[in-house]
Design a protein around this ligand. Structure first.
Ligand code: KG4
Ligand code: ZN
Length: 366
C-alpha cells in the first residue's frame, strides 16, 4: 500500500480498546466488520458483549466537500482501508488471526458497493481461515449496541433507532427478535439534521454541529411544528419540519444568519419532543420498564438528557450506548452476529448483500 494512502487511513482512524484481553480459549471471539456507508469498521468482541478492540476509519473528510456521501468514492475508500482496519482491530485486541473464532459482517441495508467490500472480505477471510461467518442486518446491529455496555437492558424492551438512514421503534423480546412498531414515512431524524445543517451552511454531517451549536441557542425562540401524526401510532415524519426551517430562513433572509444557534436549538427541540413522546408511548403500549436509544443520533447530548429525564419520571431504566457505539461500528455487528453463530446459523457461499433492511420488514436475517 502506498505511504500516502496509509497516512490518510491512519489520520481518519479512531481507536479504542475497552478491556485488557486475557485467556479466551473457551469463549467465542468474533471479528465484526461494518462497511455499509462511509465508515470502514472492524472490532473484536468476545461472547457478544466484551469489546476487545474497535477500530473505525471515517471517510467524513472525503465526503464533506460534496455535502453528502458519494457512493462510488465510499466503496473505493473501503477497498483501500479494509485490510488495515481489520489488521489494526486484531492487533489492538492483542490476538493473532488464529484466535478469531468466527466473523460477523453487515449484509444490508446500505450502499451496495460499500456493503460488497466488507461482505466479500468477510466471506474470503472466513474461507481462508476455515471459520464460520454470518451476514447480519445493520439495524439489528445498532439495536445490539446496548449489549456492549455494562448496564444492558433486560427483555422485553422498546428501542428507538435514530440514524442517518432510519428512524424506527422496535419491540425487542430477545437478542434476535425485533418487532417493528413504527418508522419514518419520509426523512430519517439524522437526515433532517444533515439537511438543516446544509441549509444553514454548517457542513456535513450536521448532527454533531447542531448538537454543539444548540447549547448556545434558545430552543424557545421559534416554535417549529411538532410532527406527531397520529398520536396513537409510532410512525414519524420529519420532512415538514425541515420545510418549516427552510421557510423561516426564506422569510427572514436578512436576520437568520444572526440567529443560527436559536434556529438549530428550536429545530432540535421539535425533533426530540417527537422522538421522546413516541418512544415512551410505545413503552406504555407494550407495558415495558426498559427503553433504549441507539444509532448515530443517539449520540445527541440533548436527546440523551431528555430521554434520561423522562425515564426517571416513569421509573424506567434507560439504555443508551456510549457515543463511540452510537455511530456505525464493527462491535455492534459482532454483538448481534454472536447470537446467530452461537446457535449455528451461518451464512452460505452464495449469499449476497441487500439494500433494504430485512429487520424493518419483519423478516429474519436469512
Ligand atoms: O448510525 P449512523 O452513524 O449511520 C447510519 O446508519 O445512518 O448515523 C449517522 C447520523 C448522521 O445523520 C449524523 O448527522 C447523525 O447520525 N449524528 C447526530 C449526532 N452525531 C451524529 N445527530 C444528532 N446529534 C449528534 N450528536
Ligand atoms: Zn448506522
Amino acid at each position: 500500500m502506498k505511504k500516502a494512502v496509509k497516512d490518510t487511513f491512519l489520520a481518519g482512524i479512531e481507536l479504542q480498546a475497552k478491556r485488557i484481553p486475557g485467556e479466551y480459549q473457551n469463549d467465542m471471539v468474533v471479528l465484526g466488520i461494518e462497511s455499509s456507508c462511509d465508515e470502514t469498521a472492524a472490532a473484536v468482541v468476545k461472547d457478544g458483549c466484551d469489546v476487545l478492540s474497535s477500530v473505525v476509519s471515517s471517510q467524513i473528510e472525503i465526503h464533506h466537500q460534496y455535502g453528502g456521501v458519494v457512493p462510488e468514492l465510499a466503496s473505493r475508500k473501503h477497498i483501500e482501508n479494509i485490510v488495515f482496519v481489520v489488521d489494526e482491530a486484531v492487533q489492538r485486541a492483542g490476538l493473532t488471526l488464529a484466535q478469531i473464532d468466527a466473523v460477523s459482517v453487515t449484509q444490508g441495508p446500505g450502499l451496495i458497493g460499500s456493503l460488497l467490500v466488507g461482505f466479500s472480505f468477510a466471506k474470503s477471510f472466513s474461507f481462508a481461515r476455515k471459520i464460520p461467518w454470518v451476514g447480519v442486518d445493520h439495524l439489528e446491529g445498532h439495536i445490539s449496541s446496548v449489549f456492549l455496555e455494562n448496564n444492558s437492558p433486560s427483555f422485553p424492551f422498546v428501542a428507538l433507532l435514530v440514524s442517518g438512514g432510519h428512524t424506527s421503534i422496535y419491540y425487542v423480546t430477545s437478542h434476535t427478535s425485533f418487532t417493528l412498531m413504527g418508522q419514518t414515512r419520509d426523512d430519517a431524524a439524522g437526515e433532517a439534521y444533515d439537511k438543516v445543517a446544509k441549509m444553514l451552511d454548517l457542513g456535513y454531517p450536521g448532527g454533531r454541529v447542531i448538537d454543539d451549536l444548540s447549547k448556545t441557542g434558545n430552543a424557545r425562540t421559534i416554535v417549529f411544528p411538532r410532527p406527531f401524526l397520529d398520536k396513537t401510532l409510532f410512525d414519524f415524519s420529519f420532512s415538514g419540519l425541515k420545510t418549516a426551517v427552510n421557510r423561516y430562513i426564506k422569510t427572514n433572509p436578512d436576520d437568520y444568519k444572526g440567529q443560527i444557534p436559536d434556529i438549530v436549538a428550536s429545530f432540535q427541540e421539535a425533533v426530540i419532543d417527537v422522538l421522546s413522546f413516541k418512544l415512551f408511548s410505545a413503552a406504555k403500549e407494550k407495558k415495558v420498564n426498559h427503553v433504549a436509544v441507539v444509532g448515530g443520533v443517539a449520540a445527541n447530548s440533548r436527546l440523551r438528557e431528555v430521554v434520561t429525564e423522562e425515564a426517571l419520571k416513569r421509573n424506567m431504566s434507560v439504555h443508551i450506548p456510549s457515543v463511540d457505539f452510537c455511530g456505525d461500528n464493527g462491535a455492534m455487528i459482532a454483538a448481534i452476529g454472536y447470537h446467530y453463530l452461537e446457535r449455528g446459523e451461518y451464512s452460505n457461499r452464495g449469499d449476497d448483500v441487500y439494500s433494504r433492511s430485512w429487520v424493518a420488514i419483519g423478516k429474519k436475517h436469512k
